[in-house]
Design a protein around this ligand. Structure first.
Ligand code: ZN
Length: 279
Protein backbone atom coordinates (compact mmCIF):
# COMPACT_ATOMS: atom_id res chain seq x y z
CA UNK A 1 0.00 0.00 0.00
CA UNK A 2 1.47 3.33 -0.93
CA UNK A 3 1.61 6.22 1.48
CA UNK A 4 -0.80 8.13 -0.74
CA UNK A 5 -3.49 5.40 -0.55
CA UNK A 6 -3.13 5.20 3.26
CA UNK A 7 -3.61 8.96 3.57
CA UNK A 8 -6.66 8.83 1.29
CA UNK A 9 -8.20 6.04 3.40
CA UNK A 10 -7.53 7.91 6.67
CA UNK A 11 -9.05 11.08 5.24
CA UNK A 12 -12.15 9.20 4.02
CA UNK A 13 -12.66 7.54 7.42
CA UNK A 14 -12.42 10.96 9.09
CA UNK A 15 -14.86 12.43 6.63
CA UNK A 16 -17.41 9.64 7.31
CA UNK A 17 -17.04 10.09 11.08
CA UNK A 18 -17.58 13.84 10.78
CA UNK A 19 -20.59 13.29 8.56
CA UNK A 20 -22.08 10.78 11.04
CA UNK A 21 -21.52 13.13 13.97
CA UNK A 22 -23.16 16.04 12.21
CA UNK A 23 -26.05 13.82 11.09
CA UNK A 24 -26.80 12.46 14.56
CA UNK A 25 -26.35 15.96 16.00
CA UNK A 26 -28.88 17.32 13.53
CA UNK A 27 -31.29 14.47 14.34
CA UNK A 28 -31.23 15.14 18.07
CA UNK A 29 -31.62 18.87 17.45
CA UNK A 30 -34.64 18.09 15.27
CA UNK A 31 -36.14 15.97 18.02
CA UNK A 32 -35.84 18.94 20.37
CA UNK A 33 -37.03 21.58 17.96
CA UNK A 34 -39.71 19.69 16.06
CA UNK A 35 -42.06 17.91 18.46
CA UNK A 36 -44.35 15.23 17.18
CA UNK A 37 -47.60 17.17 17.35
CA UNK A 38 -48.86 20.72 17.39
CA UNK A 39 -52.38 22.03 17.82
CA UNK A 40 -54.41 25.06 18.75
CA UNK A 41 -55.92 24.25 22.16
CA UNK A 42 -58.00 25.41 25.10
CA UNK A 43 -56.77 24.52 28.59
CA UNK A 44 -59.61 22.80 30.49
CA UNK A 45 -58.08 21.73 33.76
CA UNK A 46 -54.71 21.64 35.49
CA UNK A 47 -53.50 20.33 38.79
CA UNK A 48 -50.17 19.77 40.55
CA UNK A 49 -48.32 16.56 39.86
CA UNK A 50 -45.32 15.51 41.94
CA UNK A 51 -43.07 18.29 43.15
CA UNK A 52 -42.55 20.37 40.05
CA UNK A 53 -44.90 19.20 37.32
CA UNK A 54 -48.45 19.94 36.31
CA UNK A 55 -51.10 17.64 34.89
CA UNK A 56 -52.98 19.41 32.13
CA UNK A 57 -56.18 18.52 30.30
CA UNK A 58 -56.68 20.44 27.08
CA UNK A 59 -59.05 20.41 24.13
CA UNK A 60 -56.95 20.43 20.95
CA UNK A 61 -58.64 21.70 17.83
CA UNK A 62 -57.09 18.85 15.83
CA UNK A 63 -56.56 16.30 18.62
CA UNK A 64 -59.70 16.38 20.79
CA UNK A 65 -59.37 16.28 24.56
CA UNK A 66 -55.91 15.16 25.66
CA UNK A 67 -54.25 14.83 29.06
CA UNK A 68 -50.57 15.50 29.48
CA UNK A 69 -47.75 16.38 31.79
CA UNK A 70 -46.04 19.76 31.68
CA UNK A 71 -42.66 19.00 33.27
CA UNK A 72 -41.33 21.72 35.56
CA UNK A 73 -44.46 23.85 35.17
CA UNK A 74 -44.62 24.55 38.91
CA UNK A 75 -41.06 25.83 39.14
CA UNK A 76 -40.78 29.56 39.66
CA UNK A 77 -38.95 29.92 36.39
CA UNK A 78 -40.69 27.76 33.83
CA UNK A 79 -41.16 27.88 30.10
CA UNK A 80 -44.97 27.89 30.14
CA UNK A 81 -45.58 31.24 31.87
CA UNK A 82 -49.34 31.89 32.10
CA UNK A 83 -50.22 29.68 29.13
CA UNK A 84 -51.55 26.82 31.27
CA UNK A 85 -54.28 28.81 33.05
CA UNK A 86 -57.86 27.54 32.79
CA UNK A 87 -59.47 28.39 29.44
CA UNK A 88 -56.29 29.95 28.04
CA UNK A 89 -56.35 29.69 24.25
CA UNK A 90 -52.92 28.44 23.23
CA UNK A 91 -50.78 26.85 20.57
CA UNK A 92 -49.41 23.68 22.13
CA UNK A 93 -46.62 21.26 21.20
CA UNK A 94 -46.55 17.78 22.67
CA UNK A 95 -45.13 14.31 22.22
CA UNK A 96 -47.21 11.17 22.50
CA UNK A 97 -45.71 8.22 24.33
CA UNK A 98 -46.74 4.77 23.18
CA UNK A 99 -47.01 3.09 26.54
CA UNK A 100 -48.64 5.86 28.54
CA UNK A 101 -51.98 7.67 28.51
CA UNK A 102 -50.40 11.03 29.21
CA UNK A 103 -48.65 13.04 26.53
CA UNK A 104 -45.60 15.12 27.31
CA UNK A 105 -46.19 18.84 26.80
CA UNK A 106 -43.10 20.50 25.42
CA UNK A 107 -44.14 24.04 24.78
CA UNK A 108 -47.16 26.35 24.78
CA UNK A 109 -47.64 29.82 23.36
CA UNK A 110 -50.46 32.09 24.45
CA UNK A 111 -52.93 33.10 21.72
CA UNK A 112 -55.60 34.55 23.99
CA UNK A 113 -55.85 34.84 27.76
CA UNK A 114 -58.90 35.23 30.01
CA UNK A 115 -56.65 36.23 32.87
CA UNK A 116 -58.50 39.49 33.58
CA UNK A 117 -61.90 37.78 33.80
CA UNK A 118 -60.38 34.92 35.82
CA UNK A 119 -59.09 37.37 38.42
CA UNK A 120 -62.67 38.56 39.07
CA UNK A 121 -64.33 36.09 41.46
CA UNK A 122 -67.82 36.44 39.97
CA UNK A 123 -66.67 35.97 36.38
CA UNK A 124 -64.31 33.15 37.33
CA UNK A 125 -67.22 31.07 38.66
CA UNK A 126 -69.02 31.33 35.32
CA UNK A 127 -65.81 30.34 33.51
CA UNK A 128 -65.27 27.46 35.97
CA UNK A 129 -68.66 25.97 35.05
CA UNK A 130 -67.75 26.16 31.35
CA UNK A 131 -64.39 24.43 31.88
CA UNK A 132 -65.81 21.75 34.22
CA UNK A 133 -68.59 20.82 31.80
CA UNK A 134 -66.20 20.71 28.83
CA UNK A 135 -63.72 18.54 30.72
CA UNK A 136 -66.41 16.06 31.78
CA UNK A 137 -68.46 15.92 28.62
CA UNK A 138 -65.84 15.64 25.89
CA UNK A 139 -64.53 12.13 25.22
CA UNK A 140 -60.76 11.80 24.96
CA UNK A 141 -59.14 12.07 21.50
CA UNK A 142 -62.40 12.99 19.76
CA UNK A 143 -62.18 16.15 17.69
CA UNK A 144 -65.09 18.53 18.29
CA UNK A 145 -64.86 21.73 16.29
CA UNK A 146 -68.36 22.98 17.37
CA UNK A 147 -67.51 22.56 21.09
CA UNK A 148 -64.11 24.18 20.54
CA UNK A 149 -65.79 27.23 18.99
CA UNK A 150 -68.57 27.26 21.61
CA UNK A 151 -66.16 27.30 24.57
CA UNK A 152 -64.13 30.13 23.05
CA UNK A 153 -67.23 32.15 22.13
CA UNK A 154 -68.74 31.80 25.62
CA UNK A 155 -65.47 32.66 27.39
CA UNK A 156 -64.92 35.68 25.13
CA UNK A 157 -68.43 36.95 25.82
CA UNK A 158 -67.99 36.53 29.60
CA UNK A 159 -64.81 38.63 29.33
CA UNK A 160 -66.24 41.19 26.89
CA UNK A 161 -69.54 41.85 28.67
CA UNK A 162 -68.25 41.37 32.23
CA UNK A 163 -71.28 39.14 32.97
CA UNK A 164 -71.58 35.35 32.83
CA UNK A 165 -75.39 35.02 32.87
CA UNK A 166 -76.17 35.19 29.15
CA UNK A 167 -72.99 33.40 27.91
CA UNK A 168 -73.40 30.55 30.42
CA UNK A 169 -77.07 30.07 29.53
CA UNK A 170 -76.13 29.96 25.83
CA UNK A 171 -73.24 27.59 26.54
CA UNK A 172 -75.44 25.19 28.56
CA UNK A 173 -78.16 25.23 25.89
CA UNK A 174 -75.73 24.54 23.04
CA UNK A 175 -73.81 21.87 24.96
CA UNK A 176 -77.10 19.99 25.40
CA UNK A 177 -78.04 20.57 21.77
CA UNK A 178 -74.65 19.44 20.41
CA UNK A 179 -74.82 16.42 22.70
CA UNK A 180 -78.16 15.49 21.15
CA UNK A 181 -80.05 15.55 24.48
CA UNK A 182 -82.27 18.54 23.85
CA UNK A 183 -85.90 17.52 24.42
CA UNK A 184 -88.87 18.76 22.41
CA UNK A 185 -89.79 22.27 23.50
CA UNK A 186 -93.32 22.31 22.06
CA UNK A 187 -95.16 19.43 23.73
CA UNK A 188 -95.16 17.10 26.73
CA UNK A 189 -92.78 14.13 26.49
CA UNK A 190 -95.28 11.98 28.36
CA UNK A 191 -98.75 12.76 26.90
CA UNK A 192 -97.93 14.91 23.86
CA UNK A 193 -100.07 17.90 24.91
CA UNK A 194 -98.73 21.15 23.36
CA UNK A 195 -97.49 23.60 26.01
CA UNK A 196 -98.85 26.67 24.22
CA UNK A 197 -98.53 29.63 26.56
CA UNK A 198 -98.26 27.43 29.67
CA UNK A 199 -95.05 26.52 31.49
CA UNK A 200 -93.29 23.21 30.90
CA UNK A 201 -91.52 21.27 33.70
CA UNK A 202 -88.25 19.35 34.06
CA UNK A 203 -85.88 17.80 36.61
CA UNK A 204 -82.55 15.95 36.70
CA UNK A 205 -84.10 12.49 37.00
CA UNK A 206 -85.45 12.19 33.48
CA UNK A 207 -84.83 13.87 30.15
CA UNK A 208 -87.72 15.72 28.55
CA UNK A 209 -90.25 18.44 29.32
CA UNK A 210 -93.57 17.66 31.02
CA UNK A 211 -96.94 19.42 31.01
CA UNK A 212 -98.74 20.64 34.12
CA UNK A 213 -100.78 17.42 34.34
CA UNK A 214 -97.81 15.04 33.97
CA UNK A 215 -95.35 16.99 36.12
CA UNK A 216 -93.99 15.27 39.21
CA UNK A 217 -93.25 16.90 42.52
CA UNK A 218 -90.00 18.86 42.72
CA UNK A 219 -89.94 19.67 39.00
CA UNK A 220 -88.83 23.15 37.90
CA UNK A 221 -90.76 25.33 35.44
CA UNK A 222 -89.59 26.41 32.01
CA UNK A 223 -91.80 29.34 31.04
CA UNK A 224 -92.69 30.38 27.46
CA UNK A 225 -90.08 33.20 27.75
CA UNK A 226 -87.34 30.59 28.25
CA UNK A 227 -88.63 28.45 25.39
CA UNK A 228 -88.69 31.38 22.97
CA UNK A 229 -85.18 32.35 24.11
CA UNK A 230 -84.11 28.81 23.17
CA UNK A 231 -85.31 29.55 19.63
CA UNK A 232 -83.16 32.69 19.57
CA UNK A 233 -80.17 30.77 20.91
CA UNK A 234 -80.65 28.20 18.16
CA UNK A 235 -80.70 30.80 15.41
CA UNK A 236 -78.67 33.83 16.54
CA UNK A 237 -75.03 34.38 17.41
CA UNK A 238 -74.38 34.94 21.10
CA UNK A 239 -72.49 38.20 20.51
CA UNK A 240 -75.51 39.65 18.64
CA UNK A 241 -77.96 39.07 21.51
CA UNK A 242 -78.41 42.00 23.86
CA UNK A 243 -78.85 40.98 27.52
CA UNK A 244 -81.91 43.07 28.32
CA UNK A 245 -83.85 42.92 31.55
CA UNK A 246 -86.74 41.18 29.80
CA UNK A 247 -84.44 38.21 29.09
CA UNK A 248 -83.38 37.59 32.70
CA UNK A 249 -86.03 34.99 33.57
CA UNK A 250 -85.52 33.05 30.34
CA UNK A 251 -81.73 33.18 30.66
CA UNK A 252 -81.85 31.79 34.19
CA UNK A 253 -84.44 29.09 33.50
CA UNK A 254 -82.73 27.93 30.33
CA UNK A 255 -79.36 27.77 32.10
CA UNK A 256 -80.79 25.76 35.00
CA UNK A 257 -82.59 23.35 32.65
CA UNK A 258 -79.43 22.96 30.53
CA UNK A 259 -77.28 22.24 33.60
CA UNK A 260 -79.87 19.71 34.82
CA UNK A 261 -79.82 17.84 31.52
CA UNK A 262 -76.01 17.91 31.51
CA UNK A 263 -75.97 16.46 35.06
CA UNK A 264 -78.54 13.86 34.01
CA UNK A 265 -76.30 12.80 31.11
CA UNK A 266 -73.12 12.78 33.23
CA UNK A 267 -74.90 10.99 36.08
CA UNK A 268 -73.20 13.30 38.54
CA UNK A 269 -73.49 16.75 40.05
CA UNK A 270 -71.38 19.58 38.68
CA UNK A 271 -68.96 20.68 41.39
CA UNK A 272 -68.89 24.30 40.23
CA UNK A 273 -72.66 24.77 39.85
CA UNK A 274 -73.35 25.78 43.42
CA UNK A 275 -70.63 28.44 43.21
CA UNK A 276 -72.91 30.36 40.85
CA UNK A 277 -75.26 31.03 43.74
CA UNK A 278 -72.43 32.77 45.64
CA UNK A 279 -71.92 35.54 43.08
ZN1 ZN B 1 -98.31 15.61 29.77
Amino acid sequence: MTARVVITIVLRVRAIRTEYRSLSGAASARRLLMPARETEAIILKTFPLGEADRLVSFLGRSSGRVRGVAPGARRLKNRYGSTLEILSHVQIWYVERETRDLVRIQQAELLESFHKAQSDYGLSTGLAVISEISELILPEHEVSEPMFRLILLAAREVARTGDWHLPLSYFAFWTVRLGGWLPRFDCCVSCGTPFGSKPAFYDTHQPGLFCEKCRRSGMQPLHPEARSLAERFAGERLDRIEYEKSLQLGVRELREAGLCWIEHHLERRLRTRELLETT
